[in-house]
Design a protein around this ligand. Structure first.
Ligand code: ACM
Length: 271
């Protein structure tokens, strides 16, 4: 059986707070493209730079019972694809910077950003859910959100749990991520789909944030299959072969996972 599938991303420029417009603009930008998986940016429905906790609370939604997750489930059902997308989650009094994964049959799961970046700490609690690989039927999909890329343990944990693809909703402001994701893919032999946004938000005094675009799909050899511009809304689909991510061999004598020296590693720093 062929292990070829299609993965795609949207690179958007959301208008802050205009949730309905951002949802319909995302769907319009995607159009009638066909893919097995679509990845959307972090906080794609609201924008990024909240001015107060009250504003973040008003723009956050329960998952899966909020309007954005319902919109995504309808879209996934109609298009026959899985969608991973970032949104602010409200769970009781607590807010998380989360992402959902939905498919043609409905809600599959959610992930809460583990490594909270800079001023996000004013609004969001660090994620409290384990790194999880979701079975979308056609592939095993791990999720990490934006700044989680800076911690190699994130991608490693997902790869060791069997992820074929890491879906990576992002609002990137640091320049290094597109290059770093090449290493994440190479060191884990996984695919990664980073969906970023473009544009600038100046909602906090003295804190203009420029988002760097460059959404991309990287393969398990570290090859960039497609990389978007730094400043335009874009939609892309590429074909990938999952067999490549499922084969962890480097050569006839070396295997990326079997050769790991867990007896020597001390990642808890305790020596
Ligand atoms: C980020 O984690 N959105 C920079």
């Amino acid at each position: 059986m062929s292990s070829n599938i299609k993965v795609g991303f949207l690179q958007t420029q959301p208008e802050f707070g205009a949730v309905e417009e951002n949802l319909s603009q995302a769907k319009k930008l995607w159009g009638e493209r066909k893919s097995d998986l679509l990845v959307l940016p972090e906080l794609f429905n609201t924008g990024y730079q909240f001015q107060s906790l009250a504003e973040a609370r008003n723009l956050s939604e329960p998952i899966p019972d909020g309007p954005t997750t319902r919109f995504l489930m309808d879209w996934a059902r109609d298009a026959g694809m899985a969608i991973v997308a970032g949104l602010a989650e409200r769970d009781g009094k607590t807010l998380y910077n989360s992402a959902v994964i939905v498919g043609p049959k409905g809600f599959i799961g959610k992930f809460r950003k583990a490594h909270i970046f800079d001023s996000e700490n004013n609004f969001f609690q660090p994620g409290d859910l384990p790194f999880t690989v979701f079975d979308a039927g056609f592939a095993k999909i791990g999720i990490m959100i934006c700044f989680d890329w800076r911690f190699p343990e994130t991608a490693r944990t997902l790869a060791l749990q069997g992820a074929d693809i890491i879906a990576h909703p992002s609002n990137l402001v640091l320049p290094d991520c597109p290059q770093a994701m090449i290493t994440r893919c190479l060191e884990n032999r996984v695919y990664a789909v980073t969906s970023d946004r473009v544009g600038t938000e100046k909602r906090a005094p003295g804190e203009a944030l420029k988002f760097i675009g460059q959404s991309q799909v990287v393969d398990p050899d570290g090859t960039v299959l497609i990389r978007a511009s730094e400043d335009r809304e874009e939609a892309h689909v590429v074909e990938i072969d999952l067999a490549k991510a499922r084969n962890k061999r480097i050569n006839s004598r070396n295997d990326l996972f079997a050769d790991r020296r867990e007896d020597l590693y001390r990642i808890d720093g305790k020596g």
